[in-house]
Design a protein around this ligand. Structure first.
Ligand code: PMP
Length: 364
């Protein structure tokens, strides 16, 4: 199926496909941003034009997610991975933090935080090979925990929770790297949300942190400034040169979402996209088997296996030839993974489902 600019259907887990409309706007403004005489990549971050881009990106994200006034939006670097360290450095103090380990990313968050201070795993899904999401209200948490860390979407295993945590006994910190902006969330249920930009927001190199004001009071004195949320907030994410380019592109992606109907709109699209592919898994009579349990199937990362390694290899090879790119699963889970982030088109999911039906008929 022909795609604009002869592009493939890109199922990469991130960095990943971006909205064509946004890329076209970026292309048009690449050499001279709205008459500024230079492109955004070349502009001083103290330039008035850039300051406007920075503020507008924050305002658009605030509108899109309904971020309350008592939260700051920070633009930082170091990926979501650095947040695994910054979160405990800023929020933990001498206390203990609880980690809900639902997959490879939660596991990594826990491990990195353990290098900073006291942490406890209050759930570990390793026994079910990370195919489930627990009921967060049924876990037992540490008395007076400094915070509870959760991962809303486990990118590698393809599980996701859809209800915002509520009535938990400590502030909730959420790694939303792979499902932020894919559906509406109630930000007020979280003390801190972080996400790398390179899935639903823009290019790699930008990380977004949404932090409730009272959390900023926890930052200890004498942290390195670049690791300090409070200083970052006080300086409006301009302690040093911010990732200007990423912020600019993310700002355009936020506007693209707002223009089309916001998170309720994209959630409807994402559900239809995921349903198309899960449909092909479910009607295959066991040829494809999904990794995630039905109630926590991710709408962003769809993980499935085929009957053997040989058939999996053939599937990846033939799908690539048919212009479906990036379907090979992560080595931790095996099989295949279709990542269908916000900008991935519904037609691509329908086309893949058809390809899967046909492949199963030939090889089943
Ligand atoms: N958390 C999740 C849920 C992720 O999917 C990823 C990246 N795939 C990370 C953290 C790490 O992000 P980064 O590469 O931006 O450090």
């Amino acid at each position: 199926m022909a795609q604009p600019y002869d592009r493939s259907f890109n199922f990469s887990a991130g960095p990943c496909t971006l909205p064509v409309e946004v890329l076209e706007e970026v292309r048009d403004d690449l050499l001279n941003y709205k008459g500024a005489g230079m492109g955004v990549m070349e502009m001083s971050h103290r330039d008035k034009a850039y300051i406007g881009i920075h503020a507008e990106a924050q305002a658009s994200l605030r509108a899109l997610m309904g971020i309350p006034d008592n939260y700051k939006i920070l633009f930082v670097q170091g990926g979501a991975t650095l947040q695994n360290t910054m979160v405990p450095m800023n929020l933990l103090g001498n206390g203990i933090a609880d980690y809900v380990v639902t997959g490879a990313w939660g596991k990594k968050s826990h491990k990195m935080a353990s290098l900073v201070g006291s942490v406890k795993k209050v759930y570990d899904g390793a026994d079910n090979n990370f195919s489930e999401q627990p009921d967060l209200n049924s876990l037992s948490y540490s008395d007076g925990a400094a915070y509870i860390h959760v991962t809303s979407n486990e990118t590698i295993h393809g599980t996701e929770f859809f209800e915002d945590p509520s009535a938990l006994p400590a502030p909730v910190v959420c790694d939303m790297s792979s499902d932020i902006l894919s559906r509406p969330v109630d930000v007020s249920k979280y003390a801190l949300i972080y996400a790398g930009a390179q899935k639903n927001m823009g290019p790699a190199g930008l990380t977004v942190v949404i932090i409730r004001d009272d959390m900023l009071e926890r930052t200890p004195e004498n942290l390195h400034p670049m690791l300090d949320y409070r200083l970052t907030a006080e300086n409006d994410s301009m302690l040093n040169t911010p990732p200007c380019w990423g912020i600019y592109v993310a700002g355009l992606v936020y506007k693209w979402l707002l223009k089309n109907g916001g998170l309720t709109w994209i959630n409807g699209v994402n559900k239809a996209k995921a349903a198309a592919i899960y449909g092909a898994i479910d009607r295959s009579g066991g040829f494809y088997t999904g990794h995630a349990k039905a109630d926590c199937r991710s709408i962003m990362n769809i993980t499935f296996r085929l009957p053997s390694d040989e058939i999996t290899e053939l599937f990846v090879k033939e799908s690539k030839a048919a212009r479906f790119d990036g379907l090979k699963g992560h080595r931790d889970v095996g099989g295949c993974r279709a990542s269908v982030y916000n900008a991935f088109p519904l037609e691509g999911c329908e086309a893949l489902a058809e390809f899967m039906d046909e492949f199963a008929r030939r090889n089943g």
